[in-house]
Design a protein around this ligand. Structure first.
Ligand code: SF4
Length: 191
């Protein structure tokens, strides 16, 4: 197991460099709102577990954000269970694995106020274009990404996003999983 490979102090910088867009979106909204709804906590929480955040650090990480808007008591009563659950410490004590792209794309679409899902499948294309313009992604790359989106090739859109943000050409590694995106990014950045 890679539990402990990532510690709480590494998350912010990793989120900017190596998180796929779906997890970046969840991370940013958690930081902004100090809260994520159930679908987001599951998708993001399991991803963080997958990259090697220990249960102890996960607990501290979520608590730090949530207690900016609620008492520690309320956090313990309403949310701590969920986090232990992700790590198989509650309920059926199953070993829950992080969600694949297919699962994120095909099931449990986000409603108003949710930030989980696949950005290429679930975020309004005009908003996405604007987001990438603000991020300084070149126009021709945005066009390519949006073409893939239009053809419903969401993982290819994401792969192109990966290439642009890592300064690579034709680096199609067969994206199937957000944790695979993370691993590939770390390989590129750390050699
Ligand atoms: Fe996340 Fe996969 Fe969608 Fe990329 S293609 S944003 S990794 S769900």
């Amino acid at each position: 197991s890679n539990s402990g490979a990532v510690t709480i102090d590494m998350i912010e910088s990793l989120s900017r460099k190596s998180f796929p867009p779906c997890m970046q979106q969840l991370h940013q909204n958690l930081r902004q709102n100090h809260h994520l709804r159930h679908g987001g906590r599951l998708q993001y929480g399991l991803f963080l577990k997958g990259i090697g955040l220990s249960l102890e650090d996960a607990m501290r990480f979520w608590k730090l954000e949530f207690t900016k808007i609620m008492e520690s008591d309320k956090f313990e009563k309403s949310y701590a269970y969920n986090i232990r659950y992700n790590y198989g410490k509650e309920g059926k004590r199953a070993n829950y694995t992080p969600y694949s792209c297919a699962k994120i794309i095909m099931s449990n679409p986000p409603s108003q106020g949710d930030y989980h899902g696949c950005v290429f499948r679930h975020v309004d294309p005009d908003l996405l274009k604007q987001r990438y313009r603000n991020q300084g992604i070149p126009a021709e790359s945005i066009e390519m990404i949006m073409n893939y989106v239009e053809q419903k090739h969401y993982t290819l859109a994401c792969t192109h996003y990966f290439e642009v943000t890592h300064n690579l050409k034709n680096n199609n590694f067969g994206l199937q999983h957000p944790n695979q995106y993370f691993d590939e990014s770390q390989k590129v950045l750390n050699g």
